[in-house]
Ligand binder design. Structure first.
Ligand SMILES: [Fe+2]
Ligand SMILES: [Fe+2]
Length: 173
């Protein structure tokens, strides 16, 4: 199932954080698109692109974590350490999955199973973490002097769009 941005449900009250979250949703949705448009045989041909996307997602997530931790820190929110710890654990697990995927590729085995596992992990972690931890940032909105505007979906930068269009184009050929 695709992740869909829901302002009421997921908003942290900080526009740039919401925007990053919604971009991450798109990245995670990219994996579904890939699995749907590709096939176990074609996965092999397109694996470079998926690896590139997973690397990019890791970089993007790390940048997002830094930006978000800075706000938790700035307002000295009681959840700041929990947030940091969960980010750290996420990155460790993510590396573990990337290695697992790499091993399958080196052994020339099918990668579909691991890709599905990665998708499930990303999707459930992201939703749970935003709802349980990140949305606590709403507590800081009243004292915040910056960026407290409604997130406008149309203003999304579409940082994952080059991957999404690649996976989509693959299907059209
Ligand atoms: Fe977070
Ligand atoms: Fe976050």
């Amino acid at each position: 199932m695709r992740l869909q941005w829901d302002q009421q449900k997921y908003s942290t009250g900080f526009a740039h954080i919401d925007q990053q979250h919604s971009e991450l949703f798109e990245g995670v949705n990219g994996l579904i698109l890939f699995l749907k448009e590709s096939s176990p045989k074609k996965d092999r041909e397109n694996i470079e692109k998926i690896l590139e996307m997973l690397d990019f997602l890791a970089e993007y997530a790390q940048q997002h974590f830094q930006d978000e931790e800075a706000i938790f820190e700035k307002y000295n929110h009681p959840m700041k350490d929990v947030n940091k710890e969960e980010h750290q654990l996420f990155l460790e697990k993510y590396v573990h999955y990337q290695e697992k995927l790499q091993a399958k590729i080196e052994q020339q085995r099918l990668t579909r199973g691991v890709l599905i596992q990665i998708h499930i992990f990303l999707q459930s972690w992201l939703v749970k973490h935003i709802l349980k931890v990140d949305t606590h940032l709403r507590d800081c909105v009243e004292q915040a002097e910056e960026q407290v505007i409604e997130y406008d979906m149309a203003a999304g930068k579409g940082v994952f769009s080059r991957f999404l269009s690649f996976f989509k184009r693959d299907q059209d050929e």
